[in-house]
Ligand binder design. Sequence first.
Ligand SMILES: [Cu+2]
Length: 141
Amino acid sequence: MKLKTILAAAILFLSIPSFGQSNITETTLEVDGLCGMCKKRIENAAYIQGVKKVNWDLSTHELAITYRNDKVNEQGIIAAINSAGHDVKDHIATDEQYATVHGCCTYRDAEMRKSHGLDDALCKPNETHEEHHAHGGKDKH
Ligand SMILES: [Cu+2]
């Protein structure tokens, strides 16, 4: 009698989480940006209907995201981030979209990246554009 109750409770316990969480997806996307303003812009952009949680990490450039997969999909979220002007790995924003970011958020600019301690951008500069500026001017220690 008691064992049956425990068994029934165990079955209920095992079945409820899979029922309740099957439509929740947690994932991370690599999103390019520079600063706290970018963080706000990226998170606001990604927080579309169906998205439950967003957190963009400035140092790792990883956007942790939790969403209802029956309401929205990853492509929709990526498109929203792109339309706010930010590059997502393998999904680069158009030049028009990128042009909408604030002047101090030009994360594709090599000098801006350097001053923020960042390496290569997700958006690779066109190979035909050779580096036309000579190095020098800045002293190395
Ligand atoms: Cu910024």
